[in-house]
Design a binder for this molecule. Structure first.
Ligand code: BGC
Length: 753
């Protein structure tokens, strides 16, 4: 693992000086009536814009990180302190409309409250128009930059629950906890599909399937933006990163993607389209390029597609420093000024600059020179103020304890962790353990809080152990609490194989907590998906003793386990399950919880064979050459249970399809084992022949249900023509009549439609 300093990656370009402008304090008179209940109509917003100076308007389009405005970094050490003079300069003199992030470290409740109050005091009371600031944060698995927040599994684990309701609950808790601090903008969820497992942000996705990403992304957005008791959206969610960020050809973060239009519309666009249709308030732009065009500079993608075709009416915010990168990295602009011209022309509304006033100054210049029209600025300011209004910021921009109804958070977090845990292998029912075995456990993830949580945890990379609350248990603690006959092998002992052998010889079962040190974005770029060699070696040494090996994986993305898979009697994938993760894994090991997680991605067997579950037929085995190309370690949707589910009686009622465009698929599912459990019913369809090469199968619906032992349940799903359509030759959705196969588990039925 590379070591790095956040300061190097996010270094301040200390340029935030400015010239104090005259302060107008009398603001509030302006739009009393238009501001009834804090909600502004578009007409009153336009009137307000009519009274704003160019500098005030461009200020609204400027988003700065809090770091250059801070005096003391804060926890753990001394409390965080903003630099009041610099903050005043930003808000009062430079009219900055939005702030984001933390100065490297999470803040406590009182630090957040103090900060937000100080910001809004300046914005509301000391600026001419009293426009509150919108503060944004990456609350990606809970409000992870707040020391006391409830944290959840990372999105890939949330997806492994296949439980839309849980994703919504986590979104609701996150939004309420965030809003209670006065933070009203969450840069989440990631709507990018995870089809490139090398990518360092794979764990931030809801997996490889576009339908699943659409359903879960939409559940999160709906919950986060749902109205609080006062009728305003709790927080503004962000669909990110528009568009195609997750598919860098090389797998490295922020490197080129080549995505033909048909693929874009079939696999990438739907989660964003759904988010827009349901009223997502903000979108963040992909830092990378598609087909040679940096998305930040693409009028075609941001204006023609996002604003005009998809009808997005909220704020388009750039990603971190991405305007400067059009010049310094992408080289489509030969100066910073030209880069600003390009992004504004492309359609962005707000710049995550984030360290200085370069964007602000240059944009004012461009308008004064007549290169960019003031009307274009007004359009963006309208969008920004509209979002502030929808959030009720004009009525109440302060921290408010009442908004925090997140008391159920810890139980949602535990349930999510429990439901995410995915049992990949369980030879001869070695799990659950009976408790009478003598257990040895160890591995790099065993005594670690960082492996449990992943990045975006108290700090950006999540690697500073001392920032984690004492109360969060490691896997080691929970193993020692949960089993009486356990011994712990410290991670450095793997360096001495004789010692490992000696310890393993005394054990019936060896549980190894393996995986990957957390990382994200550029610092998370890797060369290969192979699991670290010393971990493979440890597993090999352990089994020499004859002990049964149980592997528990904590990882950012699927790391290749081909070499150790045959050695293990059981394998559990825990993803990055959060603070309740250690408990959840032990619950599965000892059988308190019957596992119900399922893979939201195809687990590859080889680094060089990355084939998603919805592959095309031509990717299959070539019989002549004896190749078996579709040979994942575990398929998409895979996940074992301690009970057995039997499916029967798959029926398709397509009688009225020609008239209504609707059909019904039903199946009976029975819990045929001797334990209660939760099953995930996965409905796939296959278009047998089509004018664009059809996929082997596509996920169309899923549902997680409780099934008591012996219980039988009939599950009915409705599908429409749209579900059976694909992006055709003209790059628009088409439905082609013909044979369709409906698949649930091992049942399938083909009908002519
Ligand atoms: C990431 C975004 C994030 C932003 C603000 C960027 O580096 O790409 O996903 O929201 O930083 O922290």
């Amino acid at each position: 693992m590379k070591t790095f300093s956040i300061d190097i990656f996010r270094s301040i370009k200390a340029k935030y000086f400015g010239h104090p402008l005259l302060l107008f304090v009398s603001a509030m008179l302006l739009f009393g009536a238009g501001r009834a209940n804090g909600q502004l109509s578009d007409t009153s917003i336009s009137e307000l814009i009519g009274q704003m100076s160019l500098a005030e308007k461009v200020g609204q389009m400027t988003q700065l990180t809090i770091q250059p405005l801070s005096a003391v970094k804060g926890f753990p050490g001394s409390p965080f302190q903003v630099d009041s003079k610099l903050l005043r300069e930003a808000i009062v003199n430079r009219h900055v409309g939005s702030l984001l992030n933390v100065y490297d470290m999470a803040l406590t409740t009182s630090e957040w409250e103090k900060l937000i109050n100080e910001i809004q005091d300046l914005a509301v009371n000391e600026t001419r128009h009293g426009i509150p600031v919108i503060y944004g944060i990456d609350a990606v698995h809970g409000n992870n930059y707040h020391v006391e927040a409830t944290l959840f599994p990372q999105s890939i684990g949330m997806a492994a629950t296949w439980n839309e309701g849980l994703v919504a609950e986590a979104g609701r808790v996150t939004a309420q906890e965030t809003r209670s601090l006065g933070i009203t903008w969450n840069f989440s969820p990631v709507l990018d599909v995870g089809r490139q497992p090398l990518w360092s942000r794979f764990f931030e996705t809801f997996g490889e399937d576009v339908y699943m990403a659409t359903v879960l992304g939409s559940a999160s957005i709906e919950a986060q933006q749902s109205p609080n008791s006062d009728g305003y959206a709790t927080v503004a969610a962000t669909g990110k990163h528009f568009l195609g960020y997750s598919l860098p050809l090389s797998g490295k973060d922020r490197t080129p993607a080549w995505i033909p239009d048909r693929m874009l519309r079939e696999y990438i666009l739907p989660p964003f389209q759904k988010a827009i249709d349901q009223g997502v308030l903000t979108m963040m732009v992909n830092s990378g390029e598609i087909n040679g065009e940096p998305v930040h500079a693409s009028h075609r993608i941001l204006t023609e597609l996002l604003k005009e075709e998809l009808g997005f009416e909220g704020i388009i915010v750039t990603d971190w420093e991405d305007i400067a990168k059009l010049y310094s990295s992408h080289r489509v602009a030969d100066s910073f000024k030209e880069a600003v011209r390009q992004v504004v022309d492309a359609g962005i509304d707000m710049a995550m600059v984030p360290y200085d006033y370069t964007f602000t100054d240059v944009l004012i210049e461009l308008v004064e020179e007549g290169v960019i029209s003031e009307n274009r600025i007004d359009e963006s300011v309208l969008r920004i103020l509209r979002v502030k209004s929808k959030l009720g910021l004009f009525a109440d921009s302060r921290p408010r304890k009442a908004a925090n109804k997140g008391a159920s958070g810890p139980s949602v977090s535990l349930q999510a962790a429990q439901e995410s845990i995915t049992l990949l292998k369980n030879e001869n029912g070695v799990l659950p353990l009976t408790g009478s075995e003598s257990i040895l456990f160890g591995g790099p993830a065993a005594d670690s809080k960082t492996f449990l949580h992943g990045s975006w945890t108290y700090t950006w990379q999540g690697m500073e152990r001392e920032t984690y609350p004492e109360s969060i248990p490691t896997f080691k603690q929970k193993m020692e609490d949960g089993f009486s006959n356990v011994a712990y092998m410290a991670w450095d002992e793997h360096l001495d194989p004789d010692k490992v052998r000696a310890l393993s010889n005394r054990a019936d079962v060896v549980v190894l907590a393996l995986g990957e040190v957390p990382s994200v974005e550029k610092p998370g770029d890797i060369e290969s998906l192979e699991l670290a060699a010393d971990q493979v070696e440890l597993a090999r040494t352990v089994v020499e003793s004859g002990a049964r090996l149980v592997v528990v994986l904590f990882q950012n993305r699927p790391r290749i386990i081909r070499q150790i898979e045959p050695l293990a009697a059981a394998i559990i994938l825990a993803y990055q399950p959060g603070p309740a993760g250690a408990q959840a894994v032990v619950d599965v090991l000892n059988g308190t919880v019957n596992p119900s997680g399922h893979l939201p991605f195809t687990y590859p067997r080889y680094s060089g064979s990355i084939v998603p579950y919805d592959y095309k037929w031509s990717e299959q085995a070539d019989i002549l050459f004896g190749q078996d190309a579709i040979n994942p370690q575990y398929p998409f949707g895979w996940g074992l249970s301690y009970t057995r589910y039997e499916y029967s009686n798959l029926r398709v009622n397509a009688g009225a399809f020609a008239k209504t465009g609707k059909l019904e698929v039903s199946v009976d599912v029975m819990n045929a084992g001797d334990r209660d459990g939760m099953d995930v019913i996965q409905l796939y369809t296959r278009d047998e022949y089509a004018s664009i090469t059809p996929s082997n199968r596509r996920l169309r619906r899923f549902r997680k249900i409780n099934l008591a032992k012996g219980e039988v349940s009939t599950q009915i799903f409705e599908l429409t023509k749209a579900d059976l359509s694909f992006i055709g030759k003209a790059n628009v959705p088409v439905f082609e009549e013909g044979a369709f196969t409906f698949i649930i588990d091992e049942q399938s039925i083909t009908v002519d439609l």
